[in-house]
Write a new protein. Sequence first.
Length: 348
Amino acid sequence: MMKVLKNAWYAATWSHDLDDEPLSRTFHEQPVVIYRGEGGKPIALYDACPHRFAPLSLGRVQGDRIKCGYHGLEFDRKGHCVLNPHGKGVIASALNVRSYPLAERYGMIWIWMGDPDRADEDKLPSLPILEDADFTWVHGRTFVNAHYELVIDNLLDLSHVEFLHPFLASDGNSSRTVFRAEQVGDRVNSYYDVRNEPITALFRLLWEGDEVEADLHAYMYWSAPSYLYLDTGMSAPGEDPSKAPRVPGIHLLTPETENSTHYFWAMGRNRLRDNVEISEMIREGTRNAFEHEDEPMICAVRSRMSSNDLFANKPALLPIDEGNVRARRVLSRLILEEEGNMARQAKV
């Protein structure tokens, strides 16, 4: 069984990607079917009929129920079998399937894979910028064939951008960057500041002045288990960074298996917000960076590691690794604490 923080909310799907058809996903090595019931409320069940293990996602949605496409058994939103069309229609408790708590906020459907009695919507990540009227957003999902902590490492270490993403950084960016990391409670932040930086190709799309250089900031904020918010922008000397061109990013990682990750992302902007062409350029540029630059490199890194435990591989650490090292230690401690609590409860 993979080691993961169970009692937490994880991104399941962008709301606009869940339509009238059931959606099949795997989270924490468990197959899950998600569908919209009556009134559009999302429902999540274990994606296997207990009779012959046919995926319920291959069935048909009828109101709050989902009907198995193999033998017609029907299940309600709680996972209870409510119709057995065979024999005398006896419904044994063995015909029930697990249901999972869901919440819908910020245009995302979130799933709770742990103890359902502990699911609390107050514990959802706070991402109000996704609903901020000053920004236009594009959304996407990338599938990464690697452990989710390797993706966290990649995101907390933005020094790789100069070398892997030429659209996002200028030559020599790393040598000009002032970096620092900090830990506030269980939250880890990595800060990157560059003064008088050539305006990058991304920000040139949004730039309205005549400047060729500006001050760049890129601040990445990580919260357990796998929520990351990137505040990035470029401002002319003396300009208020909060009023200058900004391109914030949301990065939500959900472990599929020990070696695969659902990566949900959103990129915003506060300039030329109604320009559809720029939206598509940012969407395609982001997708290309994640799918054809980050993902292949992360997979190549994993191919040279003996396990997903970074520290067991004895890496040569640099100062730029402080953020991801801190995050790994925080997450490891939280998982151990949760496992300890679960063990104690099992003995009671």
